[in-house]
Design a protein around this ligand. Structure first.
Ligand SMILES: Cc1cc2nc3c(=O)[nH]c(=O)nc-3n(C[C@H](O)[C@H](O)[C@H](O)COP(=O)(O)O)c2cc1C
Length: 226
């Protein structure tokens, strides 16, 4: 048993120069992994591709003990850039045989309140893990993910953040030894009612349309039907 493992957190959000839920989740994960004595390294898949930094980043991933993919649900699946990143990493491993079996974990966050809709995306990471000869630990499905950016310090977030921290601690403990510890994927969401969440979401649309200098009724425009 060796507590000091290297865990690479890969942010798969296409957002690069704006706040993203995945980045906020990655910050929390890194804090928990380091508190358990591991080294937490960070990679942003979008930046890695755009800055043509993939060879260095894939080598960092290849040398690590565990990979944690944190990304948003896009049309009930993975963002396209992350799919490409996974394919390119799998190809890199083929070209660099002899990589030790890595532990793989996922956190998928979505805009809708129901965390369960992230299940298929978690299973894509599980299948990817099998394809690279890794060992999939478990996934975290997080509903209303945007709240982690907009309401991180709100009192109603305390409970879900506590549960999330517990899951990251579990990942850290799983990584501490080389044996596989597969666990069921967990579902989390903030304890704010769906109605309040939808109300807050609608506020966001209304503020956005005002900022764009347009009228609220233009949110309901159907230009392709006219
Ligand atoms: C192109 C696109 C597709 C999306 N598809 C879904 C979806 O199918 N289901 C869902 O609940 N949220 C969907 N969302 C919302 C995001 O998953 C959500 O806003 C998430 O918190 C963004 O995370 P990020 O800030 O890490 O990018 C979508 C957002 C975008 C921009």
């Amino acid at each position: 048993m060796n507590a000091n493992k290297t865990i690479v957190i890969i942010n798969g959000s296409p957002k690069i120069n704006e706040p993203s839920a995945s980045e906020a989740f990655a910050d929390i994960a890194a804090r928990h992994f380091e508190a358990k004595g591991h080294k937490a390294l960070r990679i942003h898949a979008g930046k890695s591709l755009r800055q043509k930094h993939t060879a260095e980043d894939f080598e960092t991933m290849r040398q690590s003990d565990a990979l944690v993919f944190i990304f948003p649900l896009y049309v009930f699946c993975l963002p396209g850039l992350l799919i490409r990143y996974l394919q390119d990493y799998a190809q890199y491993l083929k070209e660099h045989p002899g990589t030790k079996a890595q532990k793989v974990y996922a956190l998928v966050n979505c805009g809708f309140p129901e965390p369960g809709i992230n299940d298929e995306a978690v299973r894509v990471i599980e299948s990817f893990s099998r394809a690279i000869g890794g060992s999939f630990g478990f996934g975290i499905m997080f509903g209303e993910g945007g709240m982690i950016v907009g309401a991180l310090h709100a009192p109603f977030m305390k409970k879900v953040l506590g549960a999330l921290g517990g899951q990251f601690d579990q990942m850290a403990e799983d990584c501490s030894d080389d044996a596989a510890h597969p666990r069921p994927t967990v579902a989390l969401r903030p304890s704010v009612g769906s109605r309040l969440y939808l109300f807050m979401g609608n506020m966001g649309w209304k503020q956005g349309i005002r900022k764009a200098g347009l009228k609220r009724r233009q949110l309901y425009a159907t230009p392709y039907m006219e």
